[in-house]
Every structure is written in C-alpha cells, then in structure tokens.
Design a protein around this ligand. Structure first.
Ligand SMILES: [Mn+2]
Length: 226
C-alpha cells in the first residue's frame, strides 16, 4: 500500500537507484564467439561465428547455392558468420558441404561454452512463398537430426539437394543439437531449402539466447547438457 502512494519524485528516485545498483542487473555475458580451422586431404576450412551478432556474413565456399544458404543462415539467425572453404569440388560438393557442417557445429558448441543461462530450446516456422518449414531444436548435448523434408527435384543449378541433409547431420552432431526439420508445404525446391536454412537459423537463435532470469544457471534438471 505504501508503495502505491509513493510520489512521482520518490518513484523516480527509487527507479534511478535501482538502475544504478550493480546488483540485480544482468551483466553482459562474455563474448560468445569462436574461430575454427580444419584441414584434411579433402577440405581446408576457416570459420568464425559470433552468436550475438547482427547477421553480418562473409561466405566463400566455392558453391554458390551453398553460399546463398549460409548467408541466409547468418542473416536470419543474427549470427555473424564468416566461412572460407576450399574443397575438392573437382570430385563434387559433398566433402565441402559436410565439412562446413562439422566446423560450424564445433564452433557453435565452443561459442556456447558451458551453456549456463541459455534458453536451450528454440523453434520456428518459416514460410517462403508456397513453402512452409518447421525447425525445432534443443541444445541437449545429444547431436541428432530428424529430417522430413520433401524436395520435388534433386538438383538446383548444379547443387545436389541431398547434401542439405548431410550438412545438417554434421552440424547437429557436432553442435550437440537435437534438431528436427520438416517441410509442411512446398513445391519449389529452392524455396523449401532456403526456408529450411532460415527456420534452423531462427530456431537456433532462440535456443542460444541468454535468458536474464537464469543468469549462471544450467537449464537442465539432470545437471548437464553435455
Ligand atoms: Mn534464394
């Protein structure tokens, strides 16, 4: 009751005092970014990711359609993402796409650290014209992909669309991410795949978000997300 009758001046003074108090104010979390390099006989990849970015991307994999998808992933997840990949494209795009998935997964896992204070779960529904894609994820530590995406055609430009699943398997496995991706509607394969990348990005963006109500808390009843 007393608080209800406080004067405007008192209220402002109290609010100012609260705003300036060091305790109770969520502190800025440490930088959540990572840089990984991976060199094999098949690919040479350098990747940087910042989970708290603004969607700035710098992508060069030598595979234009894949560049387009990674660009969409960064922009719509609001991750800053730089990928420089040189792969054995004279064989085909398989090694390059899969290995970028591996390195992106490793980098996201590293950037997350011990996962304290994160939302953990995320989901999104993303339309692109007639296509409608669902993605749902859990940063469970158990990397697994459940993929039900119907694609009318197998090749876009010269991109083999079966590689989308290979990318997501590698990404989810290395990020420790339980990831479900489903196409609920769609006729154009470009639309379906692009909506899938955007949906995964938006779901992941929600899952990695810091929740100020659980600063320093691991969101697990089990006590581990590893
Ligand atoms: Mn497009």
């Amino acid at each position: 009751m007393e608080n209800d009758r406080r004067s405007t001046a008192q209220a402002q003074a109290q609010d100012t005092a609260q705003a300036q108090a060091p305790s109770g104010i969520p502190q800025p979390s440490p930088a959540r970014r990572a840089e990984f390099a991976r060199i094999t006989n098949e690919t040479d990849i350098v990747l940087r990711v910042d989970l708290d970015g603004t969607g700035e991307t710098d992508i060069a994999t030598g595979i234009p359609f894949f560049d387009h998808m990674l660009d969409a992933f960064g922009r719509h997840g609001l991750f800053n993402l730089a990928v420089a990949a040189k792969g054995d494209l004279e064989v085909d795009a398989h090694h390059t796409v899969e290995d970028v998935g591996i390195v992106l997964g490793q980098a996201v896992a590293s950037a997350l650290g011990d996962k304290r204070g994160i939302t953990r779960f995320g989901s999104s529904l993303v339309p692109m014209d007639e296509a409608l894609l669902l993605a749902a994820c859990d940063l469970s530590g158990r990397g697994q992909l459940h993929y039900e995406v119907k694609l009318p055609i197998e090749i876009i430009g010269n991109f083999d669309t079966t590689l989308v699943k290979e990318f997501l398997v590698a990404f989810a496995g290395n990020a420790g991410l339980t990831l479900h991706v489903r196409s609920l509607a769609g006729e154009n394969s470009h639309h379906i795949i692009e909506a899938a990348f955007k949906a995964v990005a938006r779901a992941l963006s929600a899952a990695v978000a810091v929740d100020p109500r659980i600063v320093g808390v691991l969101p697990s009843t089990k006590g581990t997300l590893s």
